[in-house]
Design a binder for this molecule. Structure first.
Ligand code: ADP
Length: 243
């Protein structure tokens, strides 16, 4: 289980994380939903170990992660700026994390085949990255993330650059694939529909902290916070706006 407890990150006068706390259980897929600038990416980067924290604690299964660098945390990252390597084939892209772990070649081959099958791209190892559609590239990126068997997957607006129709389809696929792989995940988005469809539970984030949790209908029914009420009423929108 991942536990984030009272984490603060400041940039100059801005508190990007202002006492952020959350828990993600084994096999649970959690969405973090909030307006632009509320600290979603900073939170994910802090969990990944890419962003030093000023105070608070990030732990996994009881182990404090503060001294563990990103590559030792056992987390899989699928961030928009983690592009595929354009000059490597599909198979060599997916193999990357396994090579980093010095996985024996035969084991790596088998694992690459297995994760490509998982994302519906059986036998695509030799294909070049150049010819892939946006949706295929995202599936390869997901296969690359899952190949080293991460204990938690962190996704930061992974479908942000795709058109609506494709996003709708891929978000359901991502949920199925993560569920089948039994991998817990945190999925950051500013899109209500995407959050609801990908996750077991949505965390609403505002101004650097988590302010509500549940399915969107549970939050609607339970929250007494007018900002949260307003925010969850905005359906399937690009909810850019005030923090
Ligand atoms: P979100 O992902 O929800 O859009 P971010 O985590 O990117 O929000 O940003 C939260 C706040 O922290 C914003 O006010 C943003 O401008 C600020 N911020 C994020 N990263 C940096 C940085 N490297 N330097 C200065 N300010 C930053």
């Amino acid at each position: 289980m991942l536990v984030v407890d009272d984490v603060r990150v400041t940039f100059g006068d801005t508190a990007a994380l202002d006492g952020a706390s959350l828990e993600v259980g084994t096999d649970e897929i959690v969405a973090i939903l909030g307006p632009s600038g509320c600290g979603k990416s900073t939170l994910l980067r802090a969990i990944a170990g890419l962003q030093p924290i000023d105070s608070g604690r990030v732990s996994f299964d009881g182990e404090d992660l503060s001294t563990l660098p990103p590559h030792r945390r056992g987390f899989g990252l699928m961030f928009q700026d983690y592009a595929l390597f354009p000059h490597r084939s599909v198979g060599r892209n997916v193999r990357f994390g396994l090579e980093m772990q010095d996985t024996p070649a035969a084991t790596a081959d088998a694992r690459v085949a297995e994760v490509l099958e998982m994302v519906g791209l059986t036998g695509w190892q030799p294909r070049p990255i150049d010819g892939l559609s946006g949706g295929e590239a995202q599936r390869v990126a997901l296969a690359r993330t899952l190949a080293p068997r991460p204990r938690l997957v962190l996704l930061d607006e992974p479908l942000g650059s795709l058109d609506r129709l494709l996003r709708d389809r891929l978000v359901s696929e991502i949920r199925q694939i993560l569920t089948r792989a039994s991998t817990p995940a945190i999925y950051v988005t500013h899109d209500h529909d995407e959050a609801e469809r990908v996750s077991d539970r949505t965390l609403i984030m505002r101004a650097g902290r988590i302010v509500a949790t549940g399915t969107l209908s549970e939050i609607r029914a339970a929250s007494t916070d007018p900002w949260v009420q307003d925010f969850v009423e905005i359906q399937g929108s690009d909810s850019k706006g005030s923090r």
